[in-house]
Design a protein around this ligand. Structure first.
Ligand code: FES
Ligand code: FES
Length: 208
């Protein structure tokens, strides 16, 4: 497991327990409803103090302007999850190999475990929390639910982000183009057929 795979608010054991009760789908797809909210960073919080550094960082996250300081080795996913409490973005390999941590950087999908937070200086980051319009799911999120495009759900936020980027670039993908466009996102449960179906369904809805 990645070194920051245990979030502050939800241990892996709790995560699995929720999966067993069927609540995980809503947790990963509707993180904004799971109390994941952007917060102002405080130098007085000991945990934040440890994580914070001296390098000024200014960026937009889900439409909110964030000004903070980070250590030079803070990754983007650490900023999102540990500093901003945006835990919808998941960490699996923590090594730029699986796509679980995918977010959009100026509209392009990136592995947030594999880039430094400081490299997002002045840029716009969108996480799975930022896809919703209030309490309304995006078309892609809705399609994953309708087509059951998940099993355990751990890879799902990354899959949704990759699909969102793919469809913004190619609104009419063929099945092969979906396979290729989503090839940077692994699913350990092997839910690929339904994931592909979900992306094609989202494309249909977006074009109707
Ligand atoms: S967790 Fe970032 S690519 Fe696997
Ligand atoms: S749904 Fe379990 S890893 Fe993809």
């Amino acid at each position: 497991m990645g070194r920051n795979s245990k979030s502050k608010g939800l241990s892996r054991r709790q995560f699995i327990t929720r999966a067993g009760t069927g609540a995980v789908g809503s947790y990963v797809l509707f993180p904004a409803l799971g109390k994941a909210e952007t917060k102002n960073l405080s130098d007085n919080d000991p945990q934040q103090k440890y994580l914070l550094g001296d390098n000024p960082l200014s960026l937009s996250v889900n439409g909110k302007n964030i000004k903070t300081k980070v250590r030079g080795n803070t990754t983007l996913v650490e900023l999102l999850r540990d500093h901003l409490n945006l835990t919808g973005t998941k960490v699996a390999c923590n090594n730029g190999e699986c796509g679980s941590c995918s977010v959009l950087l100026d509209g392009k999908v990136v592995y947030s475990c594999h880039m430094l937070a400081l490299d997002a200086q002045g840029k716009s980051v969108t996480t799975v929390e930022g896809l919703m319009d209030g309490n309304k799911l995006s078309v892609v999120q809705q399609a994953f639910i309708e087509k059951d495009g998940l099993q355990c759900g751990f890879c799902t936020p990354g899959q949704v982000m990759a699909a969102t980027a793919l469809l913004s670039k190619n609104p009419h993908p063929t099945k092969d183009e979906v396979k290729e466009g989503m090839s940077g996102n692994f699913c350990r449960c092997g839910a690929y057929p339904k994931i592909i179906d979900s992306v094609l369904t989202a494309a249909e809805k977006l074009n109707s």
